[in-house]
Design a protein around this ligand. Structure first.
Ligand code: UD1
Length: 339
């Protein structure tokens, strides 16, 4: 019988792609999402891709009472916890809300896992826990520095809470920069608020929603002065969750942390050029000031995930940028449906 996996934040960007991968791999995902930064329409689209109804609860993961009462936790085999606030810049303005929401929801899910003996827990963490690293690429053994934002601090604290919990199996996935969208262009990144992340902003410039992209800083100590990141296709990130679950189900006691990236560093300027070349479209940009909380350069060593999870990215950055652009064009229809 297929295993029931709770996916909190399953209508979100990485969550929705993971739900699709779970169905494709024979799991039965059950979504919890309060649609605070996503749309219920995404659920219909996931169902269209999977040709299957996905059980969905409209609940806030920080609401212990409702979370406990509304779900039959005895039937749950695993939890993938995505639901969290995720904007670096917003986290400086709303520090308390970020701490309350991100930490409280993780705590509640951990206590539920302990109570109902649910021993397969996957946590959505971020390379932000490495702060501004001094050696590159970063491995899972790289020293954790103070994260450069309150958002990053919440991820670091959640990792510690998981490691202190009594659950037998957990996997913490530290994603680098997920980009792109599902090849069908039916799901992708769809924030309710103004996007903060680079690729959605590039796409908005390309489609004419935004006049110009501001590159945050060109005086970093990198090849062209702009920051370096490790951009990875969201479907490869989603697949890592399936491998993590399969690995935990196979073994009796697994407590592991993995980097999930493409293991290549691209500068902001390089990414813009790649977008332009592969989608045959021009992006107007200007250089602005550095953004608070940005690290200069970071990219991953993912050999551990390869070895232990038998996971490696399958999609190139080129495909990721083409899929991102196809999704942006398709999103116009989504906006019409929602409005
Ligand atoms: C950060 C975290 C990442 C987290 C993500 C969540 C780090 C190193 N990474 O990603 O783990 O998942 O937030 O949102 O902390 N940029 C511009 N102009 C723009 C927007 C972005 O130049 O208008 C630049 C940024 O300065 C950065 C790069 O593009 O160098 C990527 O930015 P973004 O997409 O926001 O992601 P991170 O901040 O790297």
């Amino acid at each position: 019988m297929s295993k029931n996996i709770i996916v909190t934040g399953g209508a979100g960007y990485i969550g929705s792609h993971t739900v699709v991968k779970l169905v494709e791999s024979g799991f039965n995902p059950i979504i919890i999402d309060n649609f605070s930064n996503s749309s219920p329409e995404i659920i219909s689209r996931i169902e269209l891709i999977c040709k299957k109804k996905i059980k969905t609860y409209n609940l806030n993961c920080s609401d212990q009472k409702k979370i406990s009462e509304n779900i039959n936790w005895n039937e749950i085999d695993g939890i993938i916890h995505f639901a969290a606030y995720k904007s670096v810049s917003e986290s400086f303005k709303k520090k308390e809300e970020y701490f309350l929401n991100n930490i409280e929801s993780t705590n509640i899910l951990l206590r539920i896992s302990e109570k109902y003996n649910i021993n397969n827990f996957v946590f959505s963490s971020s390379c932000t826990v490495y702060g501004n690293p001094t050696t590159l690429p970063v491995t899972e053994k790289t020293e954790l520095k103070k994260p450069s934002s309150p958002y990053g601090e919440t991820k670091k604290i959640c990792e510690e809470l998981i490691q202190c919990s009594a659950i037998k199996n957990f996997t913490i996935l530290r994603y680098f920069n997920p980009i792109g969208a599902h090849e069908s262009a039916l799901i992708g990144e769809h924030p309710s608020n103004i996007p903060n992340n680079l690729v959605p902003l590039i796409c908005e410039c390309a489609i004419g929603k935004r006049e110009k992209l501001t590159i945050y800083g060109n005086d970093y100590s990198t090849k062209d002065g702009t920051c370096i990141r490790d951009y990875i296709h969201v479907c490869d990130v989603a697949q890592a969750h399936v491998h993590a679950l399969q690995n935990m189900i196979k073994k009796t006691k697994t407590k592991q942390i993995f980097n999930i990236g493409l293991s290549k560093g691209f500068s902001v300027l390089e990414l813009i050029k790649l977008f332009e070349k592969n989608n045959n479209i021009k992006i107007d940009y200007e250089f602005g000031k550095r953004r608070e909380g940005d690290v200069e350069k970071i990219y991953a060593d993912c050999n551990l995930a390869k070895k232990e999870l038998n996971w490696a990215p399958e999609k190139t950055i080129r495909i990721a940028l083409i899929d991102a652009w196809n999704w942006e064009k398709e999103k116009k229809n989504l906006r019409q449906i929602i409005l």
